[in-house]
Design a protein around this ligand. Structure first.
Ligand code: BTN
Length: 235
């Protein structure tokens, strides 16, 4: 049982920054971020009061680094399972986005902080319009017709914490392998032709048929295992 301690702010720079002072079980939310952080040094933009912006502190002390690297997928699974309770066609897009019907509804940014990992999660809840360039590739619980009670960020957070608690506990007690089958059932990329950019280098791209997520959390493209990168569906 995790003793969640929830700290709600109206405005903050980034909940991932707030979470640096947290311990295992601390949860930092904000109604608005002035410097929301996305993966690969992108910004995470969200209008005030509309979306879930949360950072959860989880202890990974003593866990092998290769296993810690699978925690973002465990977080993705938890979001996917929580959202599946109120909308359909939820998928995990490796390494850790959650998509619905070809559009992104959630981004996850995990950062190591000493013995902990800060799991930063942004879920689009009430947002009705998305500005360019993400306009056509983003969605929200509102746009996916979620029931009224899940159109509040705090309602979504409650469901999410239940899933994180269960999945993190299972992951810690056993391993990522135990969760692999459930993650695979949400896999958006398996069986599709994709290209994965592994670094900032435009030449560092692997393309081919995606064979899915392996038991160590890497993505299998053709016969290559990829441990980090940004995937794009070609077909
Ligand atoms: C991505 O690039 O897809 C990851 C986005 C992660 C955004 C969330 S919002 C709450 C937390 N605080 C941040 O500054 N970023 C994460």
């Amino acid at each position: 049982m995790i003793d969640w301690r929830i700290h709600n702010a109206d405005v903050t720079e980034s909940t991932n920054i707030d979470a640096r002072k947290g311990l295992h079980g601390d949860v930092f939310t904000a109604k608005m971020q002035t410097r929301g952080k996305g993966r690969l040094d992108h910004k995470w933009l969200s209008p005030p009061n509309e979306n879930l912006l949360v950072s959860i502190v989880l202890d990974v002390n003593g866990i092998d680094v290769a296993e810690v690297a699978t925690l973002p997928l465990v977080a993705g699974l938890s979001v996917a399972e929580a959202l599946s309770g109120f909308i359909q066609d939820v998928r995990i897009k490796w390494p850790n986005d959650v998509w619905v019907k070809g559009k992104k509804i959630c981004g996850i940014l995990c950062e190591r902080n000493h013995d902990n990992v800060i799991v930063g999660i942004g879920v689009n809840v009430k947002q009705r319009e998305f500005p360019p360039p993400i306009g056509k590739t983003a969605t929200s619980l509102f746009l996916e017709n979620a029931p009224e009670e899940f159109l509040e960020p705090q309602g979504v957070l409650r469901e999410l914490l239940k899933k994180i608690e269960a999945n993190y506990s299972q992951w810690k007690a056993s391993s990522f392998k135990e969760l692999h089958k459930r993650i695979t059932s949400f896999d958006l990329l398996k069986g599709r032709d994709i290209s994965v950019r592994q670094t900032d280098d435009d030449n560092d791209i692997v393309s081919g048929r995606c064979e899915g997520i392996s038991e160590d959390g890497s993505l299998i493209v053709g016969s290559t295992k990829i441990y980090a990168g940004e995937a794009h569906v070609i077909q």
